[in-house]
Design a protein. Structure first.
Length: 501
């Protein structure tokens, strides 16, 4: 067996739920197969959670919330635990990255970067809760008001399969930092790295019941759906497809739950003729193909000013052809295997659609030497019309659409011409145009002359079909807490008198 067909050392015998401090099977004993994306052979079984498992997990989380001590601990005490979690994640980053890469098909070097970011997510929210200040107002001689910030209760966290461990940490960090208890429902395609959370949390001293996890599917009657519909879960943080977001929105409506949704994208990278062309080509290649193109903020629609269009397409296609496709475990690999055969079929079907809609200039099939597994060549289509499906729909793989434009107005119209609005990348040396364009583009985030870098203090989220609400920095603290206004009378009591004889 090669390195890519043998599971990494230290994986559990089976993936179980973790409820009230115990690893447990599903109450009905149901399990499902998890596949290795390089071979598509099952390599481990995972427990498939249903309503009864979610009920047990929510009960454990509710007990830990109601009885404490976590929600009432001092922020500095909670921060100490979060910093320990970060230290442990950092110290286990190679092991973690090996599992993530094996399970999801991510190139190993990129999986290591994601593990480091996961540690940072805990450290960041540890700092933030210690430094947290809240508003206080006074009306001289009459009244003072202050904000009493409180954790909300049991947070339901539902995550996707792309960069699973990092995205779980992005929700777990602020949810527990603010004193809530949680039930995590990891993505069914990639449950392996999440199986490390219980050990990490126990070692860091997180009290029993604060973290609970139920594995399995999302659909009606399964774990995800049951978590959304549980009456004792007042808030749901969800990352995944826009369509799933709509379903969750409807299912949470009867309880008016707090919702935060980070959804799909089809983000434009707009390259003007006055841009630094080399920097723009390098960054857009990275933005489209890193993380196997399975990146919500991927710049998967590249809009290029017509005077540099031919040169850009030629350079971009040539560079896409040099992106190294390889095994996830190979440190020289830049694009590896897509997560699952179902997703591979979906991406390949878009490649075939693209061939009928536009001009194929790079890739377009399975790379040589990879006869099995979910490998796709970095694929580039040029001359893509705005009504093409590959322009409008999220493919979520290493497939890019390039479209020319001839004026700023046309570039903006094309950039805004999808239902999504997650990110936009703008390449120009004209500062005024850069600012005007970024203010008019319909997206939650804009990167100017930059690839996708994150500052954890900034709001993260999308507009239109790309999301609801923002997380990141203080926005996460706001989402995971209640802000109660307390009014104190400091002067005379001026009671309006009603009905006195
Ligand atoms: P998905 O919507 O299929 O699944 C996401 C999670 O939701 C999984 O855990 C799944 O089991 C669960 N789920 C499915 N149906 C559910 C239901 N009815 N009720 C409750 N839970 C349910 O998404 P995916 O295919 O795992 O992930 C890829 C998608 O995620 C892409 O669209 C991508 O753009 C998006 N994404 C967005 C961001 C962002 O920050 N905006 C980040 C990463 C991924």
């Amino acid at each position: 067996m090669t390195q890519s067909t043998t599971p990494p050392a230290g994986i559990p015998e089976k993936i179980r739920h973790y409820i009230g401090g115990q690893f447990v099977d599903s109450i009905d004993g149901d399990e499902f197969d998890v596949l290795n994306p390089v071979t598509n052979e099952p390599y481990i079984k995972a427990a498939s959670g249903k309503k009864a498992d979610i009920e047990a997990a929510v009960a454990a989380a509710k007990q830990a919330f109601d009885e404490g001590p976590w929600p009432t601990m001092l922020p500095r005490e909670r921060a100490r635990v979060l910093n320990k979690i970060a230290d442990i994640v950092e110290s286990r980053k190679d092991e973690l990255a090996a599992m993530e890469s094996f399970d999801s098909g991510l190139p190993i070097t990129q999986a290591k970067g994601q593990a480091a970011r996961a540690a940072e997510n805990f450290r960041f929210f540890a700092d933030l809760i210690v430094a947290q200040v809240d508003d206080a107002f006074k009306v001289p001689g009459r009244q003072a008001n202050y904000v009493n910030r409180k954790p909300i209760g049991v947070a339901g966290l539902i995550t996707p399969w792309n960069t699973p461990f990092m995205l779980e940490s992005w929700k777990l960090g602020p949810a527990i930092a603010t004193g809530n208890t949680v039930v995590l429902k990891p993505a069914e395609f990639t449950p392996l790295s999440a199986s490390l959370w219980p050990g990490i949390f126990e070692e860091a001293g997180l009290p029993t019941g604060v973290f609970n996890m139920v594995n399995g599917f999302g659909e009606e009657g399964f774990a995800g759906d049951s978590l959304v519909k549980h009456p004792d879960v007042p808030l749901i943080s969800f990352t995944g497809e826009s369509k799933t977001g709509q379903t969750i929105f409807a299912n949470a409506a009867p309880w008016l739950k707090g919702l935060s949704m980070e959804l799909g994208g089809k983000s434009p990278a707009v390259v003007f003729a006055d841009a630094d062309l080399e920097a723009a080509v390098n960054a857009t290649i990275f933005g489209s193909f890193s993380l196997n193109g399975e990146r919500c903020t991927a710049g998967s629609r590249i809009l290029v000013e017509d005077s540099i269009y031919d040169e850009f397409v030629e350079r971009y296609a040539a560079q896409a052809g040099r992106v190294k496709v390889g095994l996830p475990s190979d440190p020289t690999t830049e694009v590896a295997a897509l997560v699952h055969p179902e997703h591979y079929e979906k991406v390949m079907s878009y490649v075939e659609v693209g061939k009928t809609e536009a001009r194929l200039v790079a890739g377009g099939g399975r790379p040589e030497g990879f006869e099995t597994g979910n490998f796709v060549q970095p694929t580039v289509f040029a001359d893509v019309k705005p009504d093409a499906r590959i322009f409008q729909e999220e493919i979520f793989g290493p497939v890019v659409a390039i479209t020319p434009f001839s004026s700023d107005e046309e570039a903006l119209e094309l950039a805004n011409n999808t239902k999504y609005g997650l990110a936009a990348y703008i390449w120009t040396s004209d500062l005024k145009r850069a600012h005007n364009f970024s203010q008019a583009v319909e997206s939650g985030m804009v990167w100017l002359n930059s690839n996708n870098v994150r500052d954890l203090r900034t709001p993260f989220g999308g507009v239109k079909a790309s999301g609801l609400g923002h997380e990141g920095g203080y926005r996460s603290i706001d989402f995971y807490t209640e802000q109660q206004s307390v009014h104190i009378n400091l002067g005379e009591v001026h009671n309006p008198v009603f009905g006195k004889q």
